[in-house]
Every structure is written in structure tokens, then in C-alpha cells.
Design a protein. Structure first.
Length: 133
């Protein structure tokens, strides 16, 4: 899995950022694939509360830490909201799967689902931030 946080900043001086937005997009896509795989065979290996918490992944930690240096950027604030929304939706899916309910990829993760909308919004937000910071 690619590292989300760079060892060296992507930019220097005042515009310094420690996030590789391209890798963040890849990690986000990999997480979506992991969730699809998980709901097909839920083994309680994922905790719904942890998945639902937006501050447990690398991006969430960056958004609440070093990323706050970009809090004046409108795209940053939107990304933060969308990221939280994504985790809430993912946590709800894991909770349902862990409760023994059959979870089809089509319903909670389909193109018109809250999860899909939040996922697209995070992807778009990361792309927007890439060009802003």
C-alpha cells in the first residue's frame, strides 16, 4: 500500500505539505476494495466504530493535524466534511455486516448510496487539494 504521508514535503517553504495526494487517492481506492471484500465474508476483523471514526486513518490524522495549516482553503474544509461523511457511511456498512446482516455491494455501496457519494466527494476533494496546496 502506498504511503500517504511523505517522508519529505511535496512542496517547500510556505506552501509545505506532508501529504502525497496521489497516494491518498490510491489508498482511498484500496480501502473501498477492502470493504467490498470484507462485506462478502465479514469476519469481525473490522470494528465498525474504528472504521466510522474519521481520525483513525492517515488522511484523518493529517486533516486534524498538519493539514490544519490549510484550514483557510475552502477545499480543505469541504474535504474534511466529506472525509467524515465517508467514514460514517463505511462504519455503518461494517456495523451491518458484523451484525450478521447480509450486505450486498449494490445497496449500501451502489452508485446512488451515501457511501458512494461520500467516496466520490473525498476523491474529488483530494484532487482539488492537490492543485491548491
Amino acid at each position: 500500500m502506498p504511503a500517504l504521508v511523505r517522508r519529505r514535503p511535496a512542496k517547500t517553504a510556505e506552501g509545505e505539505t506532508a501529504v502525497n495526494f496521489d497516494d491518498a487517492i490510491k489508498v482511498h481506492e484500496e480501502w473501498k476494495n477492502k470493504l467490498v471484500e470484507y462485506i462478502s465474508k465479514p469476519d469481525r476483523g473490522l470494528d465498525a466504530a474504528t472504521v466510522g471514526a474519521e481520525d483513525q486513518c492517515e488522511l484523518g490524522k493529517w486533516l486534524r493535524g498538519e493539514g490544519l495549516a490549510h484550514s483557510g482553503v475552502a477545499e480543505f474544509s469541504q474535504l474534511k466534511r466529506d472525509h467524515k461523511r465517508f467514514h460514517k457511511a463505511a462504519g455503518a456498512i461494517v456495523k451491518k455486516a458484523n451484525a450478521g446482516n447480509r450486505v450486498s455491494e449494490k445497496a449500501p455501496m451502489g452508485p446512488r448510496s451515501e457511501y458512494a457519494a461520500a467516496s466520490v466527494a473525498v476523491h474529488n476533494g483530494l484532487t482539488a487539494m492537490k492543485f491548491k496546496v
